[in-house]
Design a protein around this ligand. Sequence first.
Ligand SMILES: *Cc1c(COP(=O)(O)O)cnc(C)c1O
Ligand SMILES: [Zn+2]
Length: 425
Amino acid sequence: MHPYLSHLECPICHRHYRLEEVTYTCPTCGEAGTLDIVYDYERLRQDITPEQISAQTAPESLNLWRYRPLLPVLDDAFIPPLHIGWTPLLRAPRLAAALEVKEIWLKDEGRNPTASLKDRASAMVAARAAEIGAEVITTASSGNAAAALAGVCASVGIRCVIFVPHTAPQAKITQLLVYGATVFLVKGTYDDAFDLSVQAAKEYGWYCRNTGMNPFTTEGKKTAAFEIAEQLGWTAPDVILVSVGDGNIIAGQYKGFYDLYQMGWIDRMPRLIGVQAEGSSSMVRAWAEERDPVSMTVEPATTVADSISVGLPRDRVKAMRAVRATNGSYLSVPDTAILAAIPELARAAGVFAEPAASTVLAGLHRALETGLVGHQERVALLITGHGLKDIKSAIASVEAEGKIAHPVEPSMDGVRQLAKELGLA
Ligand SMILES: *Cc1c(COP(=O)(O)O)cnc(C)c1O
Ligand SMILES: [Zn+2]
């Protein structure tokens, strides 16, 4: 028994379930009813203080398991050994000066073992899989969730079967193979891969990690919010920009700050702004038209930011709640702005992001222009994945501005000539 875990709750019909009772989504509401895992905040508040959490300074506690009482894991024996979480929250003064913003913080999630925020969710799902004795875990993924699952599974010796669209960047597919996953390269979209993985999980009795569908994913991702608050001395930034595909990351940030707010460890919720690519922006449209996310259907999705190329956001109900309940907003940015933000972020802060991560910087520009974010605010950007994940897009981003490497003859004469041409001498 978990001392603080209370129940599962559907965000649509608000029915409660016991943890053992339901594995995936709400039996009444179906696939849109992605469940919340709810804790006994009253008891947590009595038993645990933020000072106790922050007093954990030993190297083995500098990871996401430092929030163990607030995580849905029953036994330490099931915790995977990889170092996941406790990524740096970097101050970005040069970027802040360039954008004339008071403070910008970068949560550098590329620093996780498989180089994206998805490691947090996969760690939680793998721990749950071990608890229930699952022998095979499956997932659909645009790439990063799969790489994270493959890495974590390798660390604990659980088999994993991945459904990934054939268009996923080569680095991500290579990660899967290197970690030893079995890869079904789907000749279709992420949404096709999602449906296939659900059917295969059912047919073969595999445990399914799918984003949103598996309630443990949000619980893993919420630890990024815990860390941001702790790294800011148990305060919340004014606003956080989060890129949105399935909406599970933004739902996770909401859940993390919600947990902390319920316990009184932070005194207000940050505004959450969801940023999508124009070519994959169904949440932005649903938000603008005030549509009920439950009734959304698959729409065409194309963007250079493969990690957020999603036709039907699986965690749309919680993703809409995250923005609505925090007085936030949704906005979209074009692929050209997403690509331009890669070198911009790298040069202003030394952080190399994949397109789905640089998306939030493009979104910040937009939000400052439209007044959605004020220049006096404390802003955090969730940099969800590393730039080396998608070299093709990185190359496109520098080619677009005409930046090249300069060929030079192997002699000092050659160097001198080039230095002169470049105005260095
Ligand atoms: C998965 C992912 C996202 C989007 O997360 P969702 O939960 O699908 O909204 C953003 N950036 C990166 C790098 C990702 O891997
Ligand atoms: Zn329900």
